[in-house]
Structures are given as structure tokens and as C-alpha cells.
Design a protein around this ligand. Structure first.
Ligand SMILES: *Cc1c(COP(=O)(O)O)cnc(C)c1O
Length: 388
């Protein structure tokens, strides 16, 4: 089955007891055992719940993995996966990972004796050089945030295989509709389902997919032990969002393409970062490993005052952190996602004061362009103001 069919017609499309065409919300914490000698499939809802289970199996199916796991946030998913490591272990990790991932690695795992080397994973030699005798995992986020740098998944797999490392990919930006890292050798795929998968700015959630049963056993054990599971109402919201993932991404990606091409022609815009543009450094690799370039782009308007002027004047996008929703979201990495990064480090990585990130939503792209245009141009004195 093709993705668009699979996303709707999966084994969980109807409730086996009632035929309901939406997985019921099983609001239960414990389950009666009809026969204590032959316990049922569920005993306590931290360990399992049918609504959560439907979501977990669906994401596993879509990613082409063995089993899925739902967590109370993307960070809960990421943190639980890191619990596969032990004191004394080392991990090689993309230098521009999500800020929360950087924080848990540098400020929490470091206290537990798990060390990390942050490298530019688009540079395969740098990844190879970072591997130490105690390295146990490579953790990659591609495309990266906010410059959308592309890591070659196939090349990372070769290194991971050679050194017997766990290969973990944060697939939040592209989702299984556009990128399926397990096909490229990833062992574990992680999502902040808060973003495109749920897609409506109304829930915080995380998902993990394990490639094989051995890893699934370990992650299932950790999910139950650590206990940061996704609640049943939120599981239902993510399941519902997931059903429209393809049509939302088709529409938003089309909008992103149109807006990126328009931005490229604007004199105020110094640089546009979108992997769908042939000028982007990751365009060719991306064409080999993804089926779409996604709905997130960044652009540099030269300086902080111009960036702030645009954020104050835009009328359509939400000016906010986060991405992947029905509404467009404009964010300012220097003061939002990357505020904690020292200024010098931030600039060194190309995250300049004039950089804005736009997660394109489902609005008409031409309305968004008109809005950005009025926000960028010097303010005209309206004729009405003259007469007032
Ligand atoms: C938002 C995000 C996370 C964290 O997810 P939460 O649901 O906010 O905990 C992790 N990785 C990426 C790429 C993200 O965008």
C-alpha cells in the first residue's frame, strides 16, 4: 500500500469491539483480569493502553520499523532513548541538534558519566574522527535546525556498522512521509510528534520507533521503567493528526517552495535556506534520501533590526517557537531556539542576528508572500493617517 492509503487503512482503523472508525479513548489505568492464570493483553496503563498502542503500532508501520513507543514529549522520547547508554559510554552527535537535546546531553547525561562529542555530521570525516573506543552511538538530526544542513544517512550507516554503533535519527522535520531513516540503516527513529505528526499546535508528544525486536524489548523496558508515557487523550489527538499528515505536508511543502523562490528574489534577503532550492548545499544528498523537502525554511534579512521589524509587522504567521502546524510559524533563532548559545558560537554556526525561520502552514502561500512583503518594505504613510 502507498503511504496515503496506509496512513488511513492500518490495522487500527476500526475498534475491534464496536467497529468505531476512530480508536476509542480507553480512559483506564488498570484492567480486570478475567482469568488470573491467563492474563489479558493489558494489566496496567503505564505498561500498555489500547489507544496508545494503536498510535505506537501505526508510527512503527509508517517508519518501516518493528515497534513504536509513545512518550509525553519529544524530549521524554529522546531522554528515554539515551537511557540505553551507561556510565562510561560516549556518543557522537550532530552539532546543531535541537536545543533540548543539547541540554540533556551536556547538562544531565554528563553528570551520569555519559560523554558526547558534537560534530558537523554533514562532514563524514569529522564523524569518523570523533569516534572513540567507548563510543556507543551516533545521533543525527537531519535536516538540521535552523540552517537545514543535510546529513548523508547512508554514509553514517557505513560508519555505524563498521564500529558497531547504535544509529539514532531525529526525524521530526520530515516525518516518515518524506524520510524513512530505517531504510538507510538507522536503528532508532525519534519524533517530536508535537510538530508535523500531530500538526495542530495542540499537544506535546514524542514517538520512538525501533528497527528490530531486540531494540524494541530494551526500549519497551525503559519506557515502562522510566514511565514518561503519552497520556491517552493526547495519544488520540496524535492519532487524529496523523491521519492528515500527507495532505498537510503536500500543501505546506508546496507553499514553502513558492515562498522560498520568492524570498530568493528579494533585495532585503541575503540568503535563503531551503533544501528544495538547487543552491542549497544539501540539495543533491536530499534528493537521494527524501521524497519531499518539507515545509520549513530559513532566511537571513541582514540584521536584527530588520528581523524584528518583520516579526512586529507580520499579520498571518504566529511569531513563536515550534513548527509543523496548520498555521505558519515565524521564529527568531537568535532570541528563541538558540538564545542559550553564546553569541560567538551562534555566529560561527551561521545563525546570524538577521536569520528568521518560517514553518509554512496551510494558508495560501500568496497571502503569506503579500504579508511578508508588506512587513519587509519601509512603512508607507497611509493616506488615511494623513487625514486623521
Ligand atoms: C521540538 C523538537 C524536539 C523536542 O520535542 P518536544 O515535543 O518539544 O519535547 C526534538 N527534536 C526536534 C527536531 C524538535 O523540533
Amino acid at each position: 500500500m502507498k503511504f496515503s492509503t496506509q496512513i488511513i487503512h492500518n490495522p487500527y482503523k476500526v475498534d475491534p469491539y464496536t467497529g468505531a472508525c476512530s480508536t476509542p479513548i480507553y480512559q483506564a489505568s488498570t484492567y480486570h483480569q478475567f482469568d488470573v492464570d491467563q492474563p489479558g493483553p493489558y494489566d496496567y496503563a503505564r505498561s500498555g493502553n489500547p489507544t496508545r498502542h494503536a498510535l505506537e503500532e501505526t508510527i512503527a508501520l509508517l517508519e518501516g520499523g518493528c515497534r513504536g513507543f509513545a512518550f509525553s514529549s519529544g524530549m521524554a522520547a529522546i531522554s528515554t532513548v539515551f537511557l540505553l547508554l551507561s556510565s562510561g559510554d560516549h556518543v557522537v552527535i550532530s552539532e546543531d541538534v535541537y536545543g533540548g537535546t543539547h541540554r540533556i546531553v551536556t547538562q544531565v547525561l554528563s553528570r551520569l558519566g555519559i560523554s558526547a562529542t558534537f560534530v558537523d555530521t554533514t562532514d563524514i570525516n569529522a564523524v569518523e574522527e570523533a569516534i572513540k573506543p567507548n563510543t556507543k552511538a551516533i545521533y543525527v538530526e537531519t535536516p538540521s535546525n535552523p540552517l537545514l544542513k543535510v546529513t548523508d544517512l547512508g554514509k553514517i550507516e557505513e560508519i555505524a556498522k563498521q564500529s558497531k554503533l547504535l544509529f539514532i535519527v531525529d526525524n521530526t522535520f520530515l516525518t516518515p512521509y518524506y524520510q524513512r531513516p530505517i531504510q538507510f540503516g538507522a536503528d532508532i527513529v525519534i519524533h517530536s510528534a508535537t510538530k508535523f505528526i500531530a500538526g495542530h499546535s495542540d499537544v506535546i508528544a514524542g514517538l520512538v520507533v525501533a528497527k528490530n525486536e531486540e531494540l524494541a524489548e530494551k526500549i519497551g523496558f525503559l519506557q515502562n521503567s522510566f514511565g514518561a508515557i503519552l497520556g491517552v487523550q493526547d495519544s488520540w489527538l496524535v492519532l487524529r493528526g496523523l491521519k492528515t499528515l500527507k495532505v498537510r505536508l503536500d500543501s505546506a511543502t508546496n507553499g514553502a517552495k513558492i515562498i522560498a523562490n520568492w524570498l530568493k528574489e528579494q533585495s532585503y534577503v541575503k540568503e535563503v535556506y531551503y533544501t528544495g532550492l538547487p543552491t542549497h548545499q544539501g540539495h543533491d544528498i536530499q534528493n537521494k534520501q527524501v521524497t519531499g523537502h518539507g515545509a520549513v525554511l530559513s532566511f537571513d534579512v541582514g540584521n536584527a533590526s530588520m528581523a524584528k521589524k518583520i516579526m512586529k509587522r507580520v499579520k498571518i504567521p504566529a511569531v513563536a517557537v515550534s513548527l509543523g502546524s496548520v498555521e505558519s510559524i515565524l521564529s527568531y533563532p537568535a532570541l528563541m531556539s538558540h538564545a542559550a548559545m553564546p553569541e560567538e558560537e551562534r555566529r560561527k554556526r551561521g545563525i546570524h542576528d538577521g536569520l528568521l525561520r518560517l514553518s509554512v502552514g496551510l494558508e495560501d502561500p500568496h497571502d503569506l508572500i503579500e504579508d511578508l512583503e508588506q512587513a519587509m518594505l519601509p512603512r508607507l504613510v497611509s493616506s488615511r493617517a494623513l487625514y486623521e
